[in-house]
Design a protein around this ligand. Structure first.
Ligand code: GLA
Length: 380
């Protein structure tokens, strides 16, 4: 059943609208977004939808098609950090973020259909937050630009869900456009739409879910952030964004440990690769794009140490089968890899990854082709 039908069952009337926000794949620029660096995500077709209507009693009710029977009710004025747990925190967190920013958001019924696989590094949480943010803003007549809604959705994630993530995912979900990647400069939050149309060049972007589950509320993500803060302070800089690529090894020698040197090397080189890839896309230079993707994976594996054996095998098997570039995408420690390949090799590449996983005794990986898609919007 659709979220609209469930909404009718729940409330006895039609929703005032249905809003959608997509998941994303980050093409390149990983763990650069909390170092004031560049990222280059694109939206995928998989999305979350919210059918919603206002209530005038100040009560927020949230129901998810993925958790039938688990109707969550809360007082809009009472939600906040420490008050919401589990899946509903993504929605209630947005209610809190809007209210604490001074917006007069009260009760609502929200029926959620979260169709972005969770724990796969495809930003299922941001897609739920952004769909809810757009729905609530429209229900309450708030004229807020996508950038602002993305910031509020990120606050929900950081302060109510409790994941110390950077600004990339919510901005990708809100601001991406079809046929483009979003070059986001997380220093000033400026954005540029970079054409991303592999099909026009006989290529495809294949995403493969390694089936290794991850959580950003786990310690490893926070540990990486703390290392970056430590290195920033040892170098006396505002952010790792400010470490020049030229003379990098010399700068690294000023750091106190090998571990910090590796972490900084990843951030600085991936930031540079992100610029390289965005420029290469503008001139249709896919060879450079593929090479940078593969180099980025090696950097995440060896320097940032956020890959895992399954993702490394996945990348190697894709490249062995003739893919032009491959890397894990998202926060790491599991989730998906993104593979750039000739379109006529998609089946061969997928089969080779599947074969390698079977041989290693890993869960069967899930390959699917993605197309750069539209960001958050009202559906009806
Ligand atoms: C997660 C976070 C993002 C970003 C990536 C790594 O997706 O939500 O903010 O830090 O990891 O690039």
């Amino acid at each position: 059943m659709s979220p609209t039908e469930i909404f009718r069952q729940l409330t006895g009337h039609d929703p005032q609208g249905v809003w959608a926000a997509p998941g994303r794949v980050n093409l390149i620029g990983e763990h650069t977004d909390y170092n004031e660096g560049l990222v280059l995500p694109f939206a995928i077709e998989a999305r979350s939808e919210v059918a919603a209507g206002r209530r005038d009693d100040g009560v927020v009710r949230v129901l998810s098609l993925q958790k039938p029977g688990d109707l969550v009710e809360a007082d809009a004025a009472g939600v906040g950090p420490g008050q919401a747990v589990g899946w509903s925190a993504y929605v209630l967190g947005v209610v809190w973020a809007l209210r604490q920013a001074g917006h007069d958001v009260g009760g609502a019924d929200l029926v959620l259909d979260g169709r972005v696989p969770s724990g796969s590094g495809l930003s299922s949480s941001a897609s739920v937050e952004c769909a809810a943010a757009l729905a609530l803003a429209e229900l309450y007549g708030l004229d807020l630009p996508g950038e602002r809604l993305a910031t509020l959705a990120q606050q929900a994630e950081n302060d109510v869900v409790g994941a110390p993530t950077g600004p990339m995912d919510q901005r990708a979900s809100m601001l991406c456009t079809e046929g483009h990647a979003l070059l986001l400069d997380t220093r000033d939050m400026s954005t540029e739409q970079v054409p991303l149309n592999p099909a026009a060049s006989g290529l495809a972007l294949l995403v493969v879910d390694s089936r290794v589950h991850h959580e950003h509320t786990d310690n490893a993500y926070g540990d990486r952030r703390r290392s970056c803060e430590q290195a920033t302070s040892e170098l006396g800089l505002r952010a790792l964004r400010d470490v020049p690529l030229d003379g990098l090894e010399e700068t690294l020698r000023r750091l106190s440990t090998d571990e910090l040197r590796s972490r900084v090397r990843h951030v600085v080189t991936d930031n540079a690769r992100t610029r390289t890839v965005s420029e290469a896309l503008c001139r249709g230079d896919w060879t450079t794009v593929g090479q940078a993707m593969t180099a980025s994976h090696a950097s995440m594996r060896d320097d940032y140490e956020i890959s895992c054996p399954e993702l490394d095998l996945l990348v190697d098997a894709a490249l062995d089968a003739g893919a032009s570039g491959a890397r894990m995408t998202g926060g790491g420690f599991g989730g998906c890899a993104v593979v750039l390949t000739r379109a006529d090799l998609v089946d061969t590449v997928s089969a080779n990854v599947q074969k390698a996983f079977a041989r290693a005794g890993y869960d069967e990986p899930r390959p699917f082709v993605v197309r750069p898609s539209a960001g958050a919007r009202r559906l009806s």
